[in-house]
Design a protein around this ligand. Sequence first.
Ligand code: PLP
Length: 220
Amino acid sequence: MENAASRLAEVETNIARICKPARREPQDITLIAVSKTHPAEKIEQLLEAGHRVFGENRVQEAQEKWPALLERFPDAELHLIGQLQSNKADDAVAMFDYIHALDRPSLLKALAKAMDKAGKRVPCFVQVNIGDEDQKGGCAIAELPDFLAKVRDADIPIAGLMCLPPADIEPAPFFAFLAKLAQDNGVEGLSMGMSGDYETAVQLGATHVRVGTALFGARG
Ligand SMILES: *Cc1c(COP(=O)(O)O)cnc(C)c1O
């Protein structure tokens, strides 16, 4: 049985190996350890191995697990990677350092209000519905320039673009397309790539990869 530290080392080695031919620097890629559904004890193993950047997809789960962990590891950085309901905006702004799924005007309004109230600006990734899938969240591709302008107007720092490509088909064209959209719209960060495809995402310019299973094992 591999432990958390050796899994972490393996993923970091894979990222470094891909960086070389892609002419990128490993330190320019943030590995977000997606700890959703995993208990605090498993998260602690990665914190003790020196990792500091984590992702959760539910505000309530993060509120249950993280306050105690943050007491011991106050420099841990938390990313909200999942869909966010507008009525959870205050809690999300209080708990997280980054929010990855800003994708619609109603949520933008709620987050701007929550940030004003908290006196804190939380950088957000704008999620793009890169495969134009009905069931998925994300801003429509055609609406992206307009939506980004609205985010800038609301004085919300834009951390980058984020996507979840369609399941079961080659993700590379979608990652390349997200990178092109970021470039066209003057956005720097790219949150893309999960356990199955983070190496491809790094090749294509990901600045943030969101990796759960490859670090923690299968979710229960
Ligand atoms: C769960 C999740 C991940 C991590 O998925 P793995 O396949 O376990 O690496 C990444 N991004 C989002 C948005 C997720 O919900």
